[in-house]
Design a protein around this ligand. Structure first.
Ligand SMILES: [Cu+2]
Length: 157
């Protein structure tokens, strides 16, 4: 009986903790090409990816050669780095951008001609993680409820 009580405690703890664990993904922008003005197709790169709040974009480039401005949709279209909130660009060459809110995000390089002529621009759409992951958690927790119920029945027998 002592054993099965301990086992039940473990199951309860796992059932409570498991749904709170969200796995964040690091996305290397452009993969091994990195952040480049070499006419890489960033929209094709982004197309099949499921960006979710909590994920991280990593912009890799030679420091000084490029930079990363977060802009709005108009700035993206016109390659204009005048960002609405006046945030300075990222310049380290290994820039990590955490996706904190859902919605569309736009990033461009501010070096002359890189966005306009080199296609150094990225647009992504970030999903709010709670909707899809709560579905998965629902399945997991209902699975645990079945298991939990079965264990109670077994421990009574
Ligand atoms: Cu650039």
């Amino acid at each position: 009986m002592a054993f099965s009580n301990r086992f039940l405690n473990v199951i309860v703890v796992v059932a409570i903790v498991l749904p709170t664990i969200a796995i964040a993904t690091d996305y290397i922008v452009g993969d091994d090409k990195g952040w480049t003005n070499d006419n890489f197709d960033y929209q094709a790169w982004a197309k099949d990816k499921n960006f979710t709040v909590g994920d991280v974009l990593v912009f890799n480039y030679k420091s000084g050669s490029h930079n990363v401005y977060k802009v709005d949709g108009a700035g993206f279209m016109s390659c204009n780095t005048t960002s609405p909130n006046g945030e300075p660009p990222l310049t380290t060459g290994n820039d990590r951008v955490e996706l904190k809110t859902p919605g569309n995000k736009w990033y461009i390089c501010g070096k002359p001609g890189h966005c306009l002529n080199g296609n150094q621009k990225l647009k992504i759409s970030v999903n709010n993680g709670t909707a899809s992951s709560s579905d998965a958690h629902g399945i997991v927790s209902s699975g645990f409820k079945v298991l939990f119920g079965a264990l109670i029945v077994v421990s009574i027998i």
